[in-house]
Design a binder for this molecule. Structure first.
Ligand code: DGY
Length: 434
């Protein structure tokens, strides 16, 4: 079977009557940013499903505009922790009764996903135009949520209070902010992890990290997941460079859509100017020559070269000089025998080439980085990012994430984490169509 057919088959298998699961057992529900990337891939061969996927996601939107990180469309799946009971989204009166959801969000990818649908089908396609017009105000409301509830200092740069919101759960970025949690004094509810019996424990976050994830979940719940008490009380309060870059990219997409389809973008131009004006001064680090994430609780940058720091290229918020430093960084990794793009600085003692977000390569990240590099004219490097992912999938299968060191890959027969993974399939479909 060729790669595209195989990828389509995976998306078909993971389709659950209205939405796509990332992978069976390990992630048996609808995940926010996974779903966005899935829609990108589906759009190439099944417009109906792509639109249904997006509609399903928005069926879980809260009245305050929040678009949750997980929607539990079914209450029969028992393989996932923390499930709907544990999250108890009902603590917030604006959370829909069905589908039940988590109480946190994830990278705001749907703006650029919606734009790609319109680009693919054209502003003459009535079905797509009507669909985009219907989703547009909902998406605007989601962005408004981020600016209203998550921007305590009114900088146009929103905060997260849980590593799961960043999508990069156990990145070394979070070690220190998570370390600020006093677990000794915390009474954690009893819980049993499911992930380590479904995937290799050495490829997953540690038990100590999970205890801290549960602590923050409980803190969010105490403040009905949107209260001002979160910004006051959470030991983990971070302005993530990647999420803010993605928001800016999605804002731009919404502005493009608004101008093409003559829609009212409300306060979006204002939000976007503020975010763009403050982005570089908050996130660029002149010593590392890299964009870094900011620990808002401790008022200090988190000084690591981490994959989220490459995403500002995708948002177009890097200067040419900044983009050059980042392109040189990637070129150097390529020259040293790494597949692109490792999720963490390979020269750091914290680099771990197989443990989730502490080193491995992630398909959807390659997708955003590819587009970022192209935007700044680094076409050859972008091509390496694209073909590296294709090569890894050809060699190791449609896994969730991959080994970065070429010398190690030659000895491996599979990737890491979950298999038959939806965003891997989607990224491949889109890459092979670009
Ligand atoms: C998990 O369960 O590992 C997810 O990444 C949380 O969203």
């Amino acid at each position: 079977m060729n790669l595209i057919s195989h990828a389509r088959k995976i998306l078909a298998q993971n389709w659950k009557d209205g939405f796509t699961i990332p992978t069976s057992k390990l992630y048996p529900f609808q995940w926010h940013w996974d779903s966005g990337f899935v829609a990108l891939g589906l759009a190439h061969h099944d417009l109906d499903r792509a639109m249904t996927e997006i509609n399903s996601m928005f069926s879980g939107q809260w009245e305050n505009g929040m678009l949750p990180h997980i929607l539990f469309h079914s209450e029969n799946e028992k393989t996932y922790f923390p499930n709907y009971n544990f999250w108890n989204s009902a603590v917030n009166p604006g959370a829909p009764e069905f589908p039940k959801s988590s109480g946190i969000t994830q990278p705001p990818v749907f703006g650029f996903v919606l734009e790609s649908l319109l680009d693919l089908y054209g502003a003459e396609n009535e079905e797509v135009v009507n669909f985009v017009k219907n989703i547009f105000p909902k998406l605007l409301k989601y962005h408004e949520f981020l600016y209203t509830y998550r921007d305590a200092e009114e900088e146009g740069l929103f905060f997260i209070f849980h590593p799961w919101e960043s999508g990069r759960d156990n990145s070394p970025l979070w070690d220190k902010p998570l370390g600020g949690i006093d677990l000794d004094n915390a009474t954690l509810p009893d819980y049993t992890r499911r992930d380590t019996s479904l995937a290799d424990a050495s490829e997953r976050p540690t038990q100590d990290q999970y205890d801290r994830y549960v602590y923050l979940l409980e803190l969010g719940k105490k403040h009905r997941y949107d209260g001002p008490g979160i910004a006051r009380e959470s030991p983990f309060l971070v302005q993530d460079c990647m999420m803010n870059a993605i928001l800016i990219r999605s804002n731009e997409a919404l502005l493009n859509i608004a101008s093409k389809l003559h829609l009212d973008a409300g306060k979006l131009p204002e939000w976007q100017s503020k975010s763009k004006a403050n982005f570089s001064s908050k996130f660029w680090n002149e010593d590392l020559k890299f964009f870094v994430t900011y620990d808002q609780r401790n008022q200090q940058p988190i000084l690591y070269r981490e994959i989220g720091g490459i995403i500002p290229l995708f948002a177009g918020v890097a200067t040419k000089v900044q983009a050059k430093y980042i392109a040189d960084y990637l070129q150097n990794l390529h020259d040293r025998g790494f597949y692109l793009c490792p999720s963490f600085d390979v020269d750091s003692p914290l680099f771990d080439s197989k443990r989730y977000w502490r080193g491995p390569i992630w398909p959807q990240m390659n997708w955003m980085i590819y587009h970022g590099l192209k935007k700044y004219g680094y076409s050859e490097l972008a091509e390496i990012v694209r073909t590296d992912l294709i090569t890894l999938v050809e060699k190791l299968g449609f896994y969730e994430y991959f080994e970065a060191e070429k010398s190690k890959v030659t000895k491996l027969t599979k990737g890491y984490g979950g298999n038959n993974f939806s965003w891997t399939a989607s990224s491949i479909i889109d890459f092979l169509n670009s």
